[in-house]
Design a protein around this ligand. Structure first.
Ligand code: AKG
Length: 415
């Protein structure tokens, strides 16, 4: 593949072959391919701020080779079943049905790790407005979006890009995104793109109570009480993304997002009506269709919630941070707007002692969240379950090994 480009790149670096280029640049093959990709006119266009949307708008009739996934990663729409789990009504948490709703939340986290919620407290008009805002942002001229490219963004909080880690991926994802990290209201209002900031900030703020209630339920079930003194250990950082999946001439060959699990505590996801979000039923779940991909159907007014790797680790594997991926379509562009809720970078993470005590074994070793994040963003979406990075070989574990050493403290006393 890329014969001409390989030749041009090798020439540029005065290397006689691709293998020699890898050796010379001390690169792995995917990184070498990334260099090569940079020489293709289409990639230059994507990189310069046009995004995948730019190449679609230019009128292509087949996907460029760089976006063709290996057969194992291609998504066969006909094989997937729809997830039939009804949405959970969060307004009932405040009434006599509180315990039943908590059980629904816990059961969903323990089985698929994905569920949908309604009556969640985020205004429906805001959800509609967010989707329109995402379309408006990605519809801007390339030069207005390009100012937020990682290399040139005026703010460390804002990043506009394409795919996940293009320099590490053998095949690119069919997606553009804008990512806005939250520090405080003032910085968000000053630094987030003016076209998205009001809706994105409102979304973040109006979803806070829902996040707290969900966590109270999930942590309470593990014997951990959520209060002001420990809340930052779980949700100390938040980031709002807007994802844009342009129409694709060959949806069967591409992915919008490749399979991955989310690294944080919880993800709050607004999807539009197009569909295409698939979740793999965890192999260690007690659902009957283990290992199968199920589609999370769009439900008007609902928000999708999923368990992240940290919650899986704190729960010692009880709650599932499930692999998921997104298919592309040829008919309509799709938007989704996730809020990634994570601990602070300095947070120490390990299974809760009370859970370890019950289980008789700690399934994960302690680490600092920043190290996990670095590994997450340093790897392509290739299906490797990142929570396994922290998994201890069983023979190294003695019962209750971590039961006494874990605390919800940060490595930095000032946090
Ligand atoms: O677009 C979606 O439905 C999911 C997005 C996603 O998985 C991500 O942004 O990590």
């Amino acid at each position: 593949m890329f014969e001409k480009e390989i030749e041009a790149t090798c020439l540029e670096f005065k290397a006689p072959s691709l293998q020699a280029l890898c050796k010379y640049k001390r690169n792995t093959l995917p990184t070498a391919y990334f260099y090569i990709l940079q020489f293709t006119p289409q990639w230059l266009q994507v990189r310069d701020g046009y995004g995948v949307k730019g190449i679609v708008d230019s009128g292509i009739s087949t996907v460029p080779r760089a976006y063709i996934q290996p057969p194992a990663e291609q998504i066969n729409k006909n094989n997937a079943t729809i997830c039939e789990i009804p949405p959970i009504d969060l307004s009932k948490l405040d009434g006599p049905e509180h315990d039943r709703v908590v059980n629904q939340i816990v059961r969903a986290a323990e089985t698929l790790g994905f569920f949908q919620v309604v009556n969640h407290g985020v205004p429906i008009e805001l959800l509609d407005s967010l989707k329109q805002t995402a379309h408006n942002f990605f519809g801007l001229p390339a030069e207005r979006k390009a100012v937020y490219r990682k290399e040139v963004s005026p703010s460390p909080l804002v990043k506009y890009g394409t795919s996940f880690v293009p320099e590490k991926e053998r095949a690119l994802e069919w997606k553009d995104y804008i990512s806005m990290a939250y520090t405080n209201d003032d910085e968000a209002l000053q630094q987030w793109p003016v076209e998205c900031r009001d809706d994105a900030l409102q979304y973040l703020k109006t979803s806070h109570q829902m996040v707290t209630k969900l966590l109270e339920a999930l942590l309470g079930n593990l014997g951990v009480e959520l209060d002001n003194s420990n809340i930052d250990a779980f949700i100390g950082k938040k980031m709002v993304n807007m994802n844009f999946y342009p129409t694709c001439p060959n949806p069967e060959l591409t992915v919008g997002v490749g399979r991955h699990s989310d690294m944080g505590t919880l993800t709050i996801l607004l999807q539009d009506g197009i569909g295409g979000l698939y979740v793999k039923v965890p192999e260690d779940s007690d659902m009957k269709n283990k290992g199968e991909w199920v589609e999370i159907p769009p439900i008007p007014g609902a928000i999708v919630i999923n368990v992240g790797d940290m919650l899986q680790i704190w729960s010692n594997g009880k709650y599932k941070s499930a692999e998921h991926r997104v298919r592309t379509t040829s008919t309509k562009s799709r938007v989704s707007i996730p809020i990634f809720v994570t601990p602070k970078a300095t947070q120490k993470i390990a299974p809760f002692p009370q859970v370890v005590e019950k289980d008789g074994v700690a399934r994960y070793k302690e680490f600092v969240f920043a190290d996990y994040m670095n590994s997450f963003f340093g790897n392509a979406h290739d299906g490797e379950r990142k929570s396994h990075v922290a998994k201890l070989p069983r023979h190294l574990l003695s019962p209750n090994q971590h039961a006494t050493s874990f605390s919800l403290s940060s490595t930095s006393p000032s946090l």
